[in-house]
Design a protein around this ligand. Sequence first.
Ligand SMILES: Nc1ncnc2c1ncn2[C@@H]1O[C@H](COP(=O)(O)OP(=O)(O)OP(=O)(O)O)[C@@H](O)[C@H]1O
Ligand SMILES: [Mg+2]
Length: 229
Amino acid sequence: MISFTNVAKYYENGSTSVALDEINLKINTGEFVTLVGKSGAGKSTLIKLIIGEEQPTRGKIIVAGQDVGKMRSTDLPTLRRKLGVVFQDFRLLPKKTVHENVAFAMEVAGRLEREINEVVPQVLDMVGLADRAGHFPNQLSGGEKQRVAIARAMINRPMVIIADEPTGNLDPVNTWEIIKLLTKINELGTTIILATHSKDIVNALGKRVVSIDKGRVVRDEQNGRYILN
Ligand SMILES: Nc1ncnc2c1ncn2[C@@H]1O[C@H](COP(=O)(O)OP(=O)(O)OP(=O)(O)O)[C@@H](O)[C@H]1O
Ligand SMILES: [Mg+2]
C-alpha cells in the first residue's frame, strides 16, 4: 500500500542536509509498523514524504496507488483523505469543541451534515470520549486531546493512520491508553505507522520494527525489538 524505492530527501537551506538516503520500504495493508531511530534519524521526514508535505529529492514513493512525488498540489487533498495523521502536539482547533474539531475534518471532505451528525458521536464513542463532545481542547487532559486527534484522523475511514510520536507529551498511563487505542484500530483493519522514541512501547507491542539511523533503514524485523547501534 505504501512503497519507497531508492528514496532520498535532502533539505537545502544554505547547506545540504541529508535527511533520508536510499530508502527502500514496503508497507502492506493491515500492518502495524513501528518506526524507531534517534533524534534526527529521519522518521518525521519519512512521514512527511508519505503525506506529501515534502517532496523526495530522488526515488519513487507510491501511496495507495498514487505516485506522491509526481502529484500536483491540487491532488493532495484527495491523498490526505485516505490518510489519518496524528502528531505529538495534537493540533486541535482551540476555539472548536471536541465535536466540532472532529466534524470539521468531515466538512472539509464535503460530507453531508446529516452524515456528520451520525458519524461524529460514533467515532467519539470509539475513542471513549462520548461524554466530552461539548468540551473545548483547553478543558481536556493531554490523553483526551490525543484521543480527539485520533478520532479526527479516523473520521474519513482512512486506509492508514500515521502517528508521529503521538505519546511524546503524555504520561505513562495516557501513553498506554493511546497505544491500546491504536492497537484496537489496527485490529479493525486499519494500517498503522507509529514513529516513536519509546523502547518500552516498541518492545511491548512486538510488531514490525523499522529502525532508521542517519537516514537509512538499518533494521527491519517482524516481532522486532528496539535496538539502536
Ligand atoms: N525543514 C528542514 N530543513 C533542514 N533540515 C531539516 C528540516 N527538517 C528536518 N531536517 C533535518 O533532517 C534530519 C532528519 O530530521 P527528522 O525531523 O526527519 O528526524 P526525526 O527522526 O523525526 O527526529 P526526532 O526524533 O527528533 O523527531 C535532521 O538532521 C534534521 O535536522
Ligand atoms: Mg520527528
